[in-house]
Design a protein around this ligand. Structure first.
Ligand SMILES: [Zn+2]
Length: 176
């Protein structure tokens, strides 16, 4: 069973390699493991292959309509292979992010509000998808993992770092 790699692991700093279409079928076992690991961490909305120690350009995203992301459009389970992001606006929006590879902290990261993501799916089919807001944020976060970039490297104001507990308490104002 694969496990989540955490801050300090070299694989999280490396540029991930593209996957050739002919090789996708042979990656399905670990893609399924990525899904399982993401589902085990109920709050996770995405996972990138480097986070399970595999330096290849594969991300899995699933945004459920949970209370934590109340104003968020859901996105069904989507596997993106070799994803490429093009911003469709110059405008960036601020929003809190966290990461399964850095569970202790969250922080405010500026991300493009609207993007185009081009990718191939697990069947080798090409896709072009326009995404906005939280959906666009999640894709930008996961694609950053493929470039060896962690969200906290993009936090502009380090005073916004906050623990998950305090994020729930002070930002989401959820009473435990
Ligand atoms: Zn992450």
């Amino acid at each position: 069973m694969l496990e989540i790699k955490t801050i300090g692991d070299e694989v999280l700093k490396q540029k991930a390699k593209k996957v050739a279409k002919k090789d996708i079928a042979s990656r399905m076992d670990f893609i399924n493991e990525m899904k399982e690991i993401m589902h085990k961490n109920g709050k996770a909305v995405g996972i990138a292959a480097p986070q399970v120690g595999i330096s290849e350009q594969i991300i899995v995203i699933e945004i459920k309509d949970t209370p934590t992301y109340l104003n968020t459009k859901p996105l069904p389970l989507t596997i993106m292979i070799n994803p490429r992001v093009t911003p469709l606006t110059k405008e960036k929006a601020d929003g809190y992010e966290g990461c399964s590879s850095a569970i202790a902290i969250m922080g405010i990261v500026p991300r493009y509000k609207k993007i185009l993501v081009e990718y191939i799916d697990e069947k080798g089919k090409n896709h072009k998808l326009e995404l906005e807001d939280f959906q666009a944020r999640v894709v930008q976060h996961e694609v950053d993992h493929l470039k060896g970039i962690m969200f906290f490297e993009r936090v502009k104001d380090t005073k916004t770092f906050i623990t998950r507990e305090n994020h729930r308490k002070y930002v989401l104002k959820i009473e435990e």
